[in-house]
Design a protein around this ligand. Structure first.
Ligand code: ZN
Length: 499
């Protein structure tokens, strides 16, 4: 038994190393690489993926996993590692190597084309790549197998075990509760405070963000903060957790809250115990669980009144001319200013999940075969009008705004909303356990909260499946209730309305 485990360890390390190399190529492509490198990079990434696929699907791994599976003498970490790796092995052996390579190649090309098509607002450039991508993803889903919905097989990559029907139920509950709140709040919202647009020097924004992320616990000697067109966080390997933000001179809050958000992801990655890192359990159990951490720091900490109280004087030191006259009420109102917007990443906390609801609806239709890629722009605009109440005037502000579909992230979007719902439930639970955190956050002190997250969530890595972990922490699986309650209290007070 120990022998089988010992034989598996170097193979798991090799897989982890290949994943690290692929992540570094991805980081470089998104942060540093010139456009001219796109084609060669797509090939390099496809080669690494196909090597990783060959290693993972080696029948010897299957044999070792069979020997170890269901063996009661393994400790918790080893048993979970075997469970997670077996799931990956079973999935990987179902997808033919040619299809793996074709998917990796189309991903490189589609992503690069997206970076060119978006500024030109020209969906027709991307359409052939996207059509091929969706066809290949359908083939992949069919190879993996599914029962009720083809989309279930895609969701499983991001939220293992979650079904489309469960996600539909969650969105039905959420949208039904959210729309009346949004409608009544928006009636009371005035013009955006002037400080939201201004002339904020980009180098100072980046400096401030570097200070801010360290303040809330990001360890600079074990990570980096850079700029990229689309903010993201990636754990290359232990001791090397990278996050990115983007800066816009006319908008201070964009970089500020991207930094809070990405730091939530980065703190999670830095909180995964080193001794688990090289094992299959050395990651988050799902993207929704990961997103719960970014939403919690961005919204429940970053956009709270106590933290605004801490943040404003610090910002005034860096931007005295732009913010000198802004008081706490105006600042707090400003950083929570809700409005209808076409762009998901700049959407406020209140309307954000309506943007996700429309993407989920569209993805489901595409993979049911009810919607062709050629008809995406129109379908997008219709859904945006129905959910958010605005119609995009061009594809750049519409269907081309996100990179996800051009990198094959079908089934990814719902994880944002799942993360939002987990975040509200976790923050409420932390305050039940620790007492109010308002005093801590007013002083810019988030150690107690971070320790609670470390102990209850980060340290558990992928030992439990996401739903089981959430249920252990909360005592019950979360629905939309805690999030809707949180919005009613917060926005009811902000705009003095009863919701
Ligand atoms: Zn995120």
């Amino acid at each position: 038994m120990t022998e089988a485990w010992e034989a598996l360890v170097p193979r798991m390390r090799e897989l982890r190393d290949l994943a690290s190399a692929a992540k570094l190529l991805h980081w470089d492509q998104s942060v540093l690489m010139p456009p001219g490198g796109a084609e060669a990079r797509a090939h390099a990434m496809a080669t690494i993926e196909s090597i990783a696929h060959d290693k993972l699907t080696d029948p010897e791994i299957g044999r070792l996993l069979d020997e170890l599976s269901g063996n009661g003498s393994l400790d918790e970490v080893r048993a979970s590692s075997v469970r997670v790796l077996k799931r990956d092995y079973d999935k990987a052996t179902r997808v033919p190597p040619d299809l793996v390579r074709a998917l990796a190649e189309i991903r490189g090309l589609a992503y690069q084309t997206w970076t060119e098509a978006r500024p030109r607002s020209d969906f027709s450039m991307l359409e052939p790549h996207l059509s091929r991508f969706v066809e290949l993803k359908k083939e992949e889903a069919d190879a993996l197998g599914w029962e009720d919905e083809r989309y279930d097989a895609l969701l499983d990559d991001f939220e293992p075990g979650l079904k489309s029907s469960q996600v539909s139920e969650l969105f039905d509950e959420l949208v039904a509760g959210l729309k009346p709140i949004v409608e009544s709040v928006l009636q009371h919202v005035g013009d955006p405070p002037g400080f939201l647009s201004g002339d904020y020097r980009e180098a100072r924004q980046k400096d401030f963000c570097e200070w801010l992320v360290a303040q809330i616990g990001f360890q600079g000697e074990r990570g980096r903060l850079d700029k990229s067109p689309h903010p993201f966080t990636i754990g290359i390997h232990k001791g090397d957790i990278r996050q990115t933000i983007r800066t816009d001179p006319s908008n201070l809050t964009d970089s500020l809250y991207a930094a809070m958000h990405e730091t939530g992801h980065a703190l999670y990655e830095q909180g995964i115990p080193d001794e688990l890192r090289d094992l299959p359990v050395g990651s988050a159990p799902s993207l929704g669980m990961h997103e719960s951490q970014s939403r919690l720091w961005e919204n429940h900490v970053g956009r709270s009144r106590p933290f605004a109280h801490f943040l404003l004087p610090k910002l005034k030191e860096r931007f005295p001319e732009e913010l000198g006259m802004v008081d706490l009420d105006e600042f707090y109102l400003g950083v929570n200013h809700p409005r209808r917007t076409l762009i998901r990443v700049t959407a406020d906390e209140l309307t954000y999940n309506l943007h996700i609801a429309l993407r989920f609806e569209i993805e489901l239709s595409m993979f049911r075969g009810d919607l062709d890629v050629a008809d995406l722009p129109e379908a997008w605009n219709d859904a945006m009008e129905r959910h958010v109440g605005l119609r995009p005037g061009n594809d750049s502000d519409g269907v081309l705004q996100d990179m996800h579909w051009s990198i094959g992230g079908y089934g990814y979007f719902p994880t944002y909303t799942i993360g939002t719902l987990y975040a509200a439930a976790f923050f409420a639970r932390a305050e039940q356990d620790l007492g109010s955190l308002a005093g801590d956050l007013r002083a810019g002190e988030s150690r107690r909260l971070l320790d609670w997250l470390r102990e209850n969530i980060h340290a558990r890595a992928y030992i439990d499946e996401a739903g089981d972990l959430a249920t252990k922490v909360l005592g019950a699986p979360p629905g939309a209730g805690p999030y809707l309650d949180y919005l009613r209290v917060k926005y009811g007070e902000l705009y003095d309305v009863s919701l």
